[in-house]
Write a protein that binds this ligand. Structure first.
Ligand SMILES: Nc1nc2c(ncn2[C@@H]2O[C@H](COP(=O)(O)OP(=O)(O)OP(=O)(O)O)[C@@H](O)[C@H]2O)c(=O)[nH]1
Length: 348
């Protein structure tokens, strides 16, 4: 892996971190980016904007200044022409950076509200040059508190956007009552129990919450989300627990979280289980992360993947109980069968 940026003049040689910003139509993506641009101090940001249709309105709505380079993709939905327009735009951006025409510390990709994030994320793994030069930071999904329930009922892609999220930003909570908000939070949590949820009012959220979070790095931390963060003023972010009952599969959202828990596992057996799981169901596994305890090593075995792209790495040793936890955000998985198979990998 390349070193982190240490010298301003070398910044273009380090991998360019990219944040994918998704969320259904009108969720508040442009508002959030504008807040970031207004409060951005010194970082040079390239933004790829994608609008479904011939005229790119979002690009025009963004507040530009000299530290911002905006690339507009307006030729249809980015997920439909993924191998073409997005890949080409990324290559062009890298060429501009190489030629010194623009320096970028960071890339934001705002998808159209109708885009399924899966092919977009995969584009960053498929092309060799992009894989080497651009580093996926996180998928951030904005959720419109007012409309999300209807959107989930009517548009499959809305669940996919939530399922893919590393972090979720709840918008427009100022316009709904507490009961409605709890329904929204429970429904989000049923689809994705892994992503932390933050609340933003008119895009006001410190950038550290959604930028540079390294969600695609193999890391030790894994928890199942039990609450959400509320930022009434941006200096003061509080964690709040859900008062609503945690729901798992009560709605007909195709996408849901599957949680596998066990004690110490046999490394060969869990390796074979993961291989079979990814081979058979990779297409239906949007995101998965696990911290596993294997009997042959004191360290945590970290597993992390998107569809069929999977990585394993040893992290720091366990402190306290040696417990294995694997969370899969996916659809149509034969959960009971897989749970039994997972438990059969326990070290005897
Ligand atoms: N009440 C309220 N309105 C908000 C909030 N965040 C955004 N909005 C409004 O929601 C509308 C849509 O916001 P945008 O930022 O354009 O949403 P978008 O996701 O970029 O929209 P598309 O590009 O069409 O998908 C705008 O009128 C915003 O002012 C919020 O937290 N509260």
């Amino acid at each position: 892996m390349a070193d982190a940026v240490v010298d301003e003049n070398l910044s273009y040689t380090a991998p360019l971190p990219v944040t994918i910003l998704t969320g259904f139509l009108g969720a508040g993506k442009t508002t959030l980016i504008n807040y970031l641009l207004e409060h951005n101090h010194g970082e040079r940001i390239a933004i790829i904007e994608n609008e479904f249709g011939a005229v790119n309105v979002d690009g025009a709505l963004l507040k530009k200044d000299s530290d911002v380079e905006i690339v507009e993709l307006s030729n249809g939905c980015v997920c439909c022409s993924i191998r073409g327009e997005l890949t080409q735009a990324l290559h062009e951006l890298l060429a501009k950076i190489d030629s010194g025409a623009f320096k970028a510390d960071r890339l934001l990709l705002e998808t159209t509200g109708l885009a399924d994030p899966a092919p977009i994320v995969q584009a960053f793994f498929v092309d060799e040059i992009i894989r080497e030069r651009i580093m996926l930071d996180a998928v951030i999904t904005l959720v419109d508190s007012i409309h999300i329930i209807k959107q989930l009922d009517e548009h499959r892609v809305a669940a996919s956007q939530i399922g893919f999220a590393d972090r979720i930003i709840l918008t427009k909570a100022d316009s709904v009552d507490e009961t409605h908000k709890e329904r929204v939070l429970s429904r989000i949590n049923a689809i994705n129990s892994k992503a932390e949820i933050f609340e933003a009012f008119n895009g006001a959220l410190p950038k550290e919450i959604w930028i540079g979070i390294g969600a695609f790095d193999l890391s030790d931390s894994l928890h199942v989300n039990q609450g959400f963060y509320q930022a009434k003023d941006v200096q003061n972010i509080q964690f709040k627990s859900f008062s609503a009952q945690k729901q798992t599969q009560s709605w007909n959202d195709d996408i849901t979280s599957y949680v596998f828990e066990a004690g110490e596992l046999d490394i060969k057996k869990i390796g074979a289980f993961m291989e079979n799981l990814v081979e058979a169901y990779g297409n239906d596994m949007l995101r998965y992360k696990g911290v596993l305890a294997v009997s042959s090593d004191e360290r945590r075995l970290i597993v992390q993947g998107v569809h069929k792209v999977v990585g394993f790495d040893f992290g720091t040793p366990f402190v306290g109980e040696r417990k294995s936890l694997l969370v899969v955000i996916g659809r149509y998985l034969p959960y009971e069968k897989l749970k039994t198979e997972f438990l059969q990998t326990i070290a005897s």
